[in-house]
Design a protein around this ligand. Structure first.
Ligand code: 5AD
Ligand code: FES
Length: 350
């Protein structure tokens, strides 16, 4: 698919758009079946050493009450995931790289592997780290890693991050390369509808995913947050419904471009439309991340406004998601890791 064709799809309306959505779903069903996998998401700490201009838990947002879930809380959430046959969990946090933090994550990964007899799959999403830290976490038993590139345009990346050595596009790219070399299944993604972002850049993001040969993708609409620097540009944003529609088209086109990768239905979709994640599943996504973060912390992990599921406990979230997925005519892959077929294909012995 050429860039111009992708741009055409991203702008499509009416019958053209319906046929894009239909084809994306067919491609998913033919390549991966109609199963959707759950990853229990545990946002275990909002302490962050970075200051991204879009993010509600950025270091300089002094209104945020910082927390760190205890080992027991994290393990309880993991046990819930395991007992409910979720197959895997995602441990996500703000970015930190102190030896204490790196040790802690390693210890938690080992403990989760131990109590589940190796059954529970573990995905990490803890930002940019050194090769050594990635290796330690991989050896401890984590096997997937999520690190969004946020945008594949170096110029746009520079506009949405502070200009210092902590926040460079090159470092982000390098981290993705290290993760791949360390043997992780690598997931990345972008925000859709950022201020200053163009449809051309979004098309380039999709080609970038194919170029670096990702295994998994999670991408969702950008949603403004009052206590962040990007909020001043909110007058430049597309209306929320248009950002949402663009995100669905991005998912559908990516499914056509990369039929065998895992694509997550981002939570941010649900901040705009209550059925947002199910709509993403209907156009080619095959992974959903129910929130298992202990309830007392959820209001402190507000990356953006109107984040859903602030009150629901884990059990409620599961019931609610289950009913909704079944409405979309998909089946839930209980008790399976649901690894990226793309990763299996690219690492298969000849
Ligand atoms: N709107 C949408 N997504 C956001 N993220 C951070 N802030 C926002 C926002 N305001 C996303 C980033 C990050 C992921 C964990 O959450 O893409 O990688
Ligand atoms: Fe959280 Fe339904 S997914 S309440």
């Amino acid at each position: 698919m050429e860039k111009s064709e992708i741009i055409g799809f991203l702008r499509s309306e009416g019958e053209e758009r319906s046929s894009l959505f239909r084809r994306a779903r067919e491609v998913r069903d033919q390549t991966l079946g109609n199963k959707v996998y759950f990853r229990g998401l545990i946002e275990f700490s909002n302490i962050c050493s970075k200051d991204c201009f879009y993010c509600g838990i950025r270091k300089s947002n002094k209104r945020v009450v910082r927390y760190e879930a205890t080992d027991e809380e994290i393990l309880t959430a993991c046990r819930f995931a395991w007992e409910n046959r979720f197959g895997s969990v995602v441990l996500q946090s703000g970015e930190r790289s102190s030896p204490r933090f790196v040790d802690r994550v390693e210890r938690l990964v080992r403990e989760i592997k131990r109590f589940s007899g190796g059954e529970l799959g573990i995905t990490l999403s803890c930002g940019e780290q050194s090769r050594e830290s990635y290796q330690r976490w991989r050896e401890a038993g984590a096997h997937r890693y999520l690190l969004r590139i946020e945008t594949s345009s170096p110029a746009l990346y520079a506009r949405i991050h502070p200009q210092n050595s902590l926040h460079t596009f090159e470092k982000r790219l390098e981290a993705l390369r290290l993760l791949r070399e360390t043997g992780f299944q690598v997931g990345t993604g972008v925000m859709i509808g950022l201020p200053f972002q163009t449809v051309e850049e979004l098309a380039a993001d999709l080609l970038f995913f194919r170029e670096i040969d990702i295994d998994m993708c999670g991408m969702g609409p950008y949603i403004e947050h009052e206590h962040t620097p990007l909020y001043q540009y909110r007058h430049l944003l597309l209306p929320r419904e248009e950002r949402f529609g663009l995100a669905l088209r991005m998912i559908a086109v990516l499914r056509l471009l990369m039929p065998d990768i895992n694509i997550a239905a981002a939570t941010a979709l649900q901040a705009i439309d209550p059925a947002g994640r199910e709509k993403a599943v209907a156009v080619g996504a095959n992974v959903i991340m129910p929130n298992l973060t202990p309830c007392q912390y959820r209001r402190d992990y507000l990356l953006y406004e109107d984040k859903p599921c602030l009150d629901e406990d884990a059990e409620l979230c599961r019931n609610c998601l289950e009913a909704r997925i079944e409405l979309t005519g998909s089946e839930i892959g209980y008790g399976e890791w649901g690894d990226s077929k793309h990763f299996q294909h690219r690492t298969a012995l000849p």
